[in-house]
Design a protein around this ligand. Structure first.
Ligand SMILES: Cc1cc2nc3c(=O)[nH]c(=O)nc-3n(C[C@H](O)[C@H](O)[C@H](O)COP(=O)(O)OP(=O)(O)OC[C@H]3O[C@@H](n4cnc5c(N)ncnc54)[C@H](O)[C@@H]3O)c2cc1C
Length: 203
């Protein structure tokens, strides 16, 4: 049983995993089991070239960010379990939490973050009832979002990134993933608002 499982490893999913993983030293997060379904094949970053993202060198490809982001998670937060080569096909209510079914296996988690991007190829069982047209995209593009209030679909079920209804810019999607992570950390912290900051050590 996971405490939190992120589905999708593009801009929002990876950023969500990094912030959740970075809370490892906080007493409220120390014993939490965190995972991410590390599917990257259909991320919009696969075809992106990023020149306008703060802190990312010009001419960096989205593909490189996907590889580097996965490596950053492995190096800095190895306790975040990466589930590779699997595609999610269902997310369903199960005994107060969720059952996540992939093409190869199934998992249970108390909290699930859906970070699947806003492309209208959505056929995930258990989520279809929340699908609606993307409010901030041209209608003819057929983009979608999942009904949510401040990223929350219902207790324990969150959506992040473009699928949460945000416009498609890397910084916005990543920020949305970070916001969801801090919402989950706040929940684990008994409702007291929290975040994770590393500080320079001065001698
Ligand atoms: C051509 C192009 C150029 C761009 N250029 C810029 C730019 O210059 N500047 C900028 O700021 N932004 C740019 N973007 C936008 C940026 O790439 C997106 O805003 C960002 O990737 C959205 O992040 P996301 O997490 O919402 O979705 P994505 O990054 O698309 O991530 C969705 C993830 O879900 C996974 N997934 C999908 N289905 C499943 C499933 N069934 N099971 C498990 N996982 C699944 C995918 O593989 C993917 O990893 C560009 C996008 C494109 C397409």
């Amino acid at each position: 049983m996971y405490d939190a499982l992120i589905i999708g490893a593009g801009a929002s999913g990876l950023q969500c995993a990094l912030v959740l993983g970075s809370a490892i030293k906080a007493p409220y997060a120390r014993d939490k089991r965190i995972g991410i379904v590390m599917h990257q094949k259909s991320s919009h970053l696969q075809s992106a070239l990023l020149n306008n993202v703060l802190g990312i060198a010009s001419q960096t490809s989205g593909k490189d960010i996907l590889i580097a982001g996965k490596q950053q998670l492995t190096t800095n937060y190895p306790h975040v379990e990466q589930i590779t080569s699997e595609k999610v096909i269902a997310v369903e209510d199960h005994q107060g939490g969720y059952k996540i079914t992939t093409n190869k296996s199934s998992y249970h988690s108390k909290i699930v973050v859906i970070a699947l991007g806003y492309t209208d190829l959505f056929s995930i069982k258990g989520l279809l009832e929340f699908v609606e047209p993307h409010a901030l995209s041209p209608l003819e593009k057929n983009r979608i979002q999942l009904k949510n209030i401040q990223h929350k679909i219902k207790p324990g079920l969150y959506v992040a990134g473009t699928l949460a209804g945000w416009r498609s810019q890397f910084a916005i999607a990543a920020g949305s993933g970070a916001q969801v992570a801090t919402d989950i950390l706040t929940l684990w912290n008994g409702g007291k608002h929290t975040k994770v900051h590393d500080k320079l050590v001065t001698s």
